[in-house]
Design a protein around this ligand. Structure first.
Ligand code: PSU
Length: 302
């Protein structure tokens, strides 16, 4: 196996058997502007600790796969230019060539699993892009959920995507999609969508038990826990819909494609909402980190 570079905090947690949760780094390098990206990463890590677990932010730095970043490393990554956005297809090449890259949901799941971490918190997973019937743009995050045994806590899929098609693909791939504490699926910046959730659970212990049961049955893959953004931080979907439509049109006009689409859209929505989308994004990631920590603590006791 390739060497894993554990932060001092994660190394200690492994010795003492403390619950650990994985956090991704693409949200830091491609999802939020500096300095809010680094500030948010630190707040999220603090939320995890306050909930009784240890945070392991995952990234490739100079060819080394880091499981947990020291403070100075997080600072460096948050300001670095030209960091690659890594998924299943390119994480090995980045490590092999000694370069630096941030891990998406797919790549973070792979690294978490290598490190024996079963729970991971992010903002929103990637999914089926609108217009995928012609562009074929479907995030590798979906297939990763089908094959790597990690519970991913997210506020659903990002609302810039085609949500019905995203959940249709997850169903086809056999990925359990659980809404936490409500009957409807959340929609990232908005607490609810008009899509009923395939599964609903109301506490972290049940989610941990479902994960263990899948493992005991030899079922491949992880589970997606969709956790609604706190009501006081949400942007109602009718406010967002025209803004998302405008950002999508601009991406189309500028011929933005592949990995650049999501960062472009998030950046434009930030500008068009005058920063409100970023405040919502920060609130939802923190909320997800707290729930992920509770699940990891429940798993460590079972
Ligand atoms: N959650 C956020 N912001 C982000 C992401 C998640 O709040 O930027 C990242 C994740 O790394 C996810 C990626 O895997 O966006 C999806 O990118 P794409 O649509 O290109 O697959």
């Amino acid at each position: 196996m390739i060497p894993l570079h554990f932060s001092s905090e994660v190394a200690k947690a492994r010795e003492t058997g403390t619950a650990i949760i994985a956090l991704e780094s693409t949200i830091i390098t491609h999802g939020m502007p500096f300095p809010q990206n680094v500030e948010t990463a630190r707040l999220v890590e603090a939320d995890v600790r306050a909930s009784g677990a240890v945070p392991a932010t995952i990234a490739v730095m100079d060819g080394k796969l880091h499981i947990g970043l020291e403070d100075a490393e997080l600072d460096m990554l948050g300001q670095a230019e030209g960091v690659a956005k890594l998924s299943r297809a390119d994480i090995a090449a980045c490590i092999a060539s000694g370069r630096t890259g941030a891990t998406t949901v797919a790549a973070t799941m792979i690294a978490a699993h290598l490190a024996g971490i079963s729970v991971f918190a992010t903002g929103g997973i990637g999914g089926v892009h609108r217009g995928a019937e012609t562009s074929f743009d479907i995030s590798a995050d979906l297939h990763e959920l089908a094959q790597t045994p990690v519970t991913v806590v997210a506020a659903g899929a990002k609302a810039i995507l085609d949500l019905p098609k995203t959940f249709e693909v997850l169903e086809t791939l056999g990925v359990p999609v659980i809404a936490f504490g409500q009957d409807m699926l959340p929609a990232f910046w908005s607490a609810t969508s008009d899509l009923p959730a395939p599964l609903r659970m109301d506490d972290a212990e049940d989610i941990a038990k479902a994960f263990r049961t899948r493992q005991a049955m030899g079922l491949q893959g992880g589970q997606l826990v969709t956790n609604p953004i706190p009501k006081n931080a949400e942007i109602p979907s009718d406010v967002l819909a025209p803004i998302i439509a405008q950002a999508l049109q601009e991406a189309d006009d500028a011929k933005i494609s592949a990995k650049a689409v999501t960062p472009f859209l998030l950046g434009r929505i930030f500008e068009l909402t005058e920063g409100r989308s970023l405040d919502a994004n920060i609130a939802l990631v923190r909320n997800n980190a707290r729930l992920a920590a509770q699940i990891a603590v429940a798993l460590s006791k079972s």
